[in-house]
Write a protein that binds this ligand. Sequence first.
Ligand SMILES: C[S@@+](CC[C@H](N)C(=O)[O-])C[C@H]1O[C@@H](n2cnc3c(N)ncnc32)[C@H](O)[C@@H]1O
Length: 252
Amino acid sequence: MSDAMSAEFDTVAEWTAAVARDLGPPYHVPAGCRGSGNPAALDWLIDELELRGGESLLDCGAGVGGPAAYAVDRQPVLPLLVEPEAGACRAARSLFGYPTVQGSADALPVADAAVDAAWCLGVVCTTPDHVAVLRELRRVVRPPGRIGLLVFVAHTPLTEDEIPDGNNFPTPDSLRDALTAAGLAAVSRMRTSDLPEMPDEWQDRVDRVDEELARRYGDDPAWQVSERQSGQMGDLLADGRIFGEVLSLRQT
Ligand SMILES: C[S@@+](CC[C@H](N)C(=O)[O-])C[C@H]1O[C@@H](n2cnc3c(N)ncnc32)[C@H](O)[C@@H]1O
């Protein structure tokens, strides 16, 4: 993983959990959603994947663990978190206490057909081999293969200097080809820009966490790198060079 991505997904993840713990439980889930962002995307996926209480849900590239905790609030699923960054694993365990395993999406430390459903949110575009990630998700989920993705997609390939360090955005065509190669198909999909806005209360909590992170760590190079990375993502989204898409998949 690039140094910039490690700053964002390891160091800042751990700081985020520390700030959320200090601010209190209402801040844990909004602080812990670092990519999936808008809860409307999670609501859409929970419905489309038909998640039910008691089912196992793998969160692949779970980050700080907020999306899994959000799912548990909606339906009492049994989450399993996989995340490559040690700091993010510690952050997720400290905030939510779910089983959390350090590992990579392209070699999941999970047996074949071991979980009822999986999701992978804001992760595909941080990995070099999209087919490998999708094949692994297909391998570990029981038929019919209820898998959710949140992916940032580039309309056309971007140049090296336009891309935040370490990112690798699929195009619509390359994502379609990767899904086919992995034996998966989208049964429904939705642009994140078509989802309802983030609720004010959620946004206020995210802002409060960010203010506190900037106050505590604003002078630290890791914070500055992380801000530059997320600023670049924000600019690409605002300019329409990339768009967010949520997909509900099944095995073909
Ligand atoms: C934008 S964050 C999203 C985190 C979380 N899914 C969420 O929505 O809040 C991207 C996450 O992907 C993780 N990641 C990067 N490379 C990965 C890989 N090869 N396998 C699994 N996760 C990876 C990062 O460490 C980071 O936690």
